[in-house]
Design a protein around this ligand. Sequence first.
Ligand SMILES: Cc1cc2nc3c(=O)[nH]c(=O)nc-3n(C[C@H](O)[C@H](O)[C@H](O)COP(=O)(O)O)c2cc1C
Length: 206
Amino acid sequence: MKTLLKLNTSIFGENGYSSRLTQAFVARWLAVHPGRALIERDLATTPVPHLTAEVFAGFSAPPGERSPAQQAAVEASDALIDELKRADVLVIGLPMYNFGVPSTLKAYFDYISRAGETFRYTEQGPEGLLTGKQAYVFATRGGVYAGVSSDTETIYVRQLLSFLGIRDIEFVYAEGLGRGDAARTAAFESAARVIEQVTDTSRLAA
Ligand SMILES: Cc1cc2nc3c(=O)[nH]c(=O)nc-3n(C[C@H](O)[C@H](O)[C@H](O)COP(=O)(O)O)c2cc1C
């Protein structure tokens, strides 16, 4: 069954602008694909722990040689990766906090980027294993950065997802949210138009 995984990361929960956009996308997607599966994960309310050397060592240790703490971390990582593997469509709410991605998203990426699971090393270099998926990233910012070199968020998220094999990525921006009501309304209307376009039945795979 076609499955959508929604990852929210706003510290403002469902009131976060990125969360409102991911929800708007999900509502449209489910309307277009009735009966399809939705997995929701809020990394702000249920954060993934920071990666440690012990946990990282546990990721590559044989099961019988892991400490209980390493085993628990591997099982948590496996569960996150299983969600990702089940998803055909990945939707990420991406606020900008202090010029970067929410630290909760970075911690999540550190837990799901695992050799042999989501990528592998080959003689030609690393190869992503999460192929055949689409990603929609809803980037919300107080300022305006899309398309300029200081938008390191877009570069980083695209690079990380591509590394894992997810190359079909659409970034939807709502920017200037800190520049007053008119700018905020315009940003939301623009993002809503993109959501309408990208969820158009003719563009969504069956
Ligand atoms: C702690 C914090 C740091 C922020 N840093 C930036 C920033 O570096 N650049 C920017 O344009 N906006 C910044 N903002 C504004 C947010 O990007 C904006 O409020 C956006 O709506 C956040 O998405 P959210 O509402 O989904 O949480 C910051 C907001 C907060 C709360």
